[in-house]
Design a protein around this ligand. Sequence first.
Ligand code: NAP
Length: 353
Amino acid sequence: MKQWVTLMDGIDRLQVQEVPEPIDIKEDEVLVRINAVAINHRDIKIINGDFKGRYATPTDPMVPTSDASGTIVKVGRPAAATKWREGDRVLGLVRPTHLTGPTRSEHHALGLGFPQPGVLTEYRVFSASGLVQIPQGLSFEEAATLPIAATTAWMALNWDRPIDRPVRGPQTVVLLQGTGGVSIHALQQATALGLTTIVTSSSDEKLLKAQELGATHTVNYNTTPEWADEVLNLTQGKGADIIVETGGPETMPQSVRAVAEGGVISAVGVLTGMTEEKPQLAIGLSLINRNAVLKGINIGPRDRVEEMMRLYQQEDIHPIINRCFKFDGAKDALTYMKDGFHFGKVVIKVNED
Ligand SMILES: NC(=O)c1ccc[n+]([C@@H]2O[C@H](COP(=O)([O-])OP(=O)(O)OC[C@H]3O[C@@H](n4cnc5c(N)ncnc54)[C@H](OP(=O)(O)O)[C@@H]3O)[C@@H](O)[C@H]2O)c1
């Protein structure tokens, strides 16, 4: 079988390896034939070496990426057989041991794509507990987009809500930054929940697409660089109750200005860089003034993934796939996403259904 591998030295240096199919499947594991892999910002950072130092850098080439869907072709017995059957359609959790509650360092240490081997391969062994059934009506490509981007979006909206009682109704205003994977999943979820949404983007064309998906308001952050003012205008001075903060250091000061009193900034991303040398004190004081919460979001556990998927099924939500590349085109897929041309998710088709 074929798999892509990296030494965390850049997209250009990714290579395809031919290796034997896995045959050693433990009792609590299953073998999955991978159908589709979705790419995340994290994958690009890992492949480019930005995460070196967090864990031991692999000396052997490592399979990258973390989000996959596929079909179970072999079940380890008896533990795995209690839950799974050959032929089941599944997606893999990024952190297979994170089943409930907050993300902890022991979950990170078993994360797929780094430090553990990833999923850009034709077959892979998964722990039986690290898989979730794909609901009927979702394709393999759509399901592959859920583990990181959709789960993070769901947690950013609902981290403080009891399971199966998500935030609902137009009185809650949600601000989504940009039109990448997390934001577009959050837009689809928020729209299904009837929330009021404001989407920012550098592109009017992408904002039109966001409107077609149900965005209540849109703001171009290039032509309106002080977009926080526009958020306040659109909400009659109130601000956004939930901000899905994907931008990081350069957007955070405006997010603090745009958050409603008693609202939440769900800190998700670092699209504008990973520096931590920005003035935290001013942000802290502003949060006090606005009685607001700054909540770090770090993907989410299996029970919240399953909760989210119930909404996708009930509301017939279909994740937005901007482009689907062939397995051999993995480098092009990663480069395309790195360059930010996409709206929603970028997927690689590994095996035919
Ligand atoms: N904490 C977690 O658990 C978690 C999970 C997933 C992702 N993340 C992080 O969240 C961020 C977003 O991830 P993603 O997968 O959605 O990335 P993505 O798909 O690569 O998002 C790219 C988009 O972000 C937008 N963007 C770039 N700079 C921006 C800015 N200054 N203001 C507003 N939007 C901007 C652009 O949208 P336009 O083209 O529309 O301008 C760009 O197309 C990344 O930093 C990622 O590492 C964190």
